[in-house]
Design a protein around this ligand. Structure first.
Ligand SMILES: Nc1ncnc2c1ncn2[C@@H]1O[C@H](COP(=O)(O)OP(=O)(O)OP(=O)(O)O)[C@@H](O)[C@H]1O
Ligand code: SF4
Ligand SMILES: [Mg+2]
Length: 474
């Protein structure tokens, strides 16, 4: 079967997609990607928003018969691809294919940690206890363990930390729940699938060897398709650097407290140092001030209050690490906490003392937390090696990759040399067929009045456009 059988006006997609119309840009893009994948070459494809890039790469990837990885910019896009576009293609493809969705480990329920949280004597708040009870009920019926499935406990609820794992605290094959583990099952499924849908974070985690178990997937693929490729350089640079958040220190302190109550109540210093670490995190956040921003490390060096709070965080982390070392002989979990504390200490030290100009040091402030970062100035060598390691056809696509009609800027960020590319403009006349509306004077999205107030603006727009409107809330 060839590309035109899919994309023509009476082709396969026309029968399956409501309102289908052949689009020149889409067919040309699909043809170019088809050739690249078949000839095992790399390719950069830029096409305007709404061109239909998803089908333009999925169809050739599936037709090639090669095992492929598609990486999207976000988890939401991953879900959309997996739940909408792939099932549609599955219905119309003559040859059956298997597809798997694989997210990062923090998206899967960890049965062991949930069990520990349900039996601990550590005092959770009433809300936390209710959320944990909901998670526990869902745990007995979920097939995937994907935390986005459950209604009523938001994905960003901090309680998920108690019911998901990290590389640092997962017991791996020594885990009593290994055979039922959702993460292990998802990874196994992905290894066997013809098409694997991941996101850039996961792809980069695999590359930066921050997590095990995913590495075996890549060598056997014939095509790696990077959608929303403009986001890859930043994600990749972050993965090759160090990013420490206030939350990570708090999570360590919390886990240490849970384990203190569980197995180490004879070491009161453990509890004291864990609580001190939480205070130090809070003090550092306060010292940063209320303005939410990103900034260069040099600004911090001049700020005595922040520097003092940062050194106090370092000292407190060291003290907790020492106590965890003493307690580590008591249980596997305490030993895991100790190793994490040691690693966090080393990373914090690396950020604070770094002098080499090949790294950029910076910070970012959130309402309740902060991140401290050390990012490489360039990732080109590492990325080239990553591509060489996986001898697949790499396809980079997005609506925005070129600057002044050239892919030079994008290519140089990733160290891509001599990779052909093509650009297609959007089939839509956005300038004449769309309107941009920015209502003024709205409160912050966290304000309790935000929803009723924004609805006053949204409803008339929806009525006037008959539902054909996008809303961005930032
Ligand atoms: N030829 C077509 N005719 C009509 N609808 C199509 C066609 N191709 C794709 N679509 C639909 O158009 C919508 C947009 O497609 P898609 O998400 O692939 O766009 P995109 O090029 O990736 O845009 P963006 O840059 O915003 O991600 C989808 O709902 C898809 O099902
Ligand atoms: S193997 Fe790791 S992720 Fe899976 S249940 Fe055990 S601790 Fe949790
Ligand atoms: Mg898209």
């Amino acid at each position: 079967m060839d590309i035109s059988a899919f994309f023509s006006s009476n082709g396969i997609l026309a029968k399956a997609v409501k309102g289908y119309q052949p689009r020149q840009a889409q067919v040309e893009m699909a043809t170019a990607i088809d050739t690249a994948i078949r000839e095992n070459r790399h390719f950069i494809a830029e096409a305007g928003t709404g061109t239909g890039k998803t089908f333009a790469y999925l169809v050739p990837a599936l037709l090639s018969g090669k095992k492929a990885i598609v990486s999207t910019g976000t988890k939401n896009l991953q879900d959309q691809l997996f739940n909408k576009d792939i099932p549609l293609l599955r219905k119309v493809f003559k040859t059956p294919f298997t597809a798997a969705l694989l997210k990062g480990r923090s998206n899967y329920l960890c049965l062991l940690r949930l069990k520990n949280a349900m039996t601990t004597t550590f005092g959770f708040s009433k809300d936390d206890a209710m959320a944990l009870a909901k998670i526990n009920t869902w745990a007995s019926r979920t097939q995937t363990g994907d935390i986005s499935e459950i209604a009523g406990v938001e994905e960003n609820n901090p309680i998920w930390y108690q019911a998901t794992s990290t590389v640092g605290n997962c017991l791996g094959q020594e885990c009593a729940d290994y055979a039922q583990c959702f993460l292990v099952k998802a990874r196994k499924k992905a290894q066997e699938a013809d098409l694997i849908v991941v996101n850039h974070h996961l792809l980069c985690a695999d590359w930066a060897i921050r997590d095990n178990g995913f590495g075996e997937l890549l060598p056997s693929v014939g095509a790696v398709i990077i959608d929303e490729a403009h986001q890859l350089p930043e994600t990749a640079a972050n993965f090759l650097g160090i990013n420490l958040s206030g939350r990570q220190f708090n999570e360590l302190a919390q886990d240490s407290l849970v384990e203190f109550y569980q197995d180490a109540t004879d070491i009161p210093e453990l509890r004291a140092t864990a609580e001190n670490l939480e205070h130090a995190v809070r003090n550092l956040r306060l010292a940063f001030g209320i303005e939410l921003k990103r900034g260069d490390w040099q600004e911090l060096v001049k700020n005595k209050a922040v520097m003092d709070a940062l050194h106090s965080l370092q000292t407190n982390l060291q003290q907790l690490t020492e106590q965890l070392k003493i307690a580590s002989v008591k249980s596997k979990n305490l030993d895991v906490c100790f190793k994490r504390a040691e690693e966090l200490s080393e990373q914090l030290q690396a950020i604070v003392t770094e002098q080499d100009s090949k790294w950029i040091r910076w910070y970012e402030l959130h309402r309740q937390s902060f991140t401290l970062n050390r990012t490489p100035l360039t990732i080109t060598n590492e990325f080239q090696q990553f591509m060489l390691l996986h001898k697949a056809s790499w396809i980079f696509t997005s609506a925005t990759l070129s600057v002044a009609n050239s892919f030079e800027h994008f290519s140089s960020q990733l160290g891509l040399t001599d990779i052909p590319g093509a650009s297609w403009s959007s089939p839509f006349d956005y300038a004449n067929q769309s309107l941009f509306y920015h209502p003024k004077g709205l409160p912050h999205p966290n304000d309790p009045h935000f929803i009723p107030l924004i609805l006053e603006f949204v409803v008339p727009v929806l009525e006037a456009s008959q539902g054909r409107a996008f809303f961005f809330i930032h």
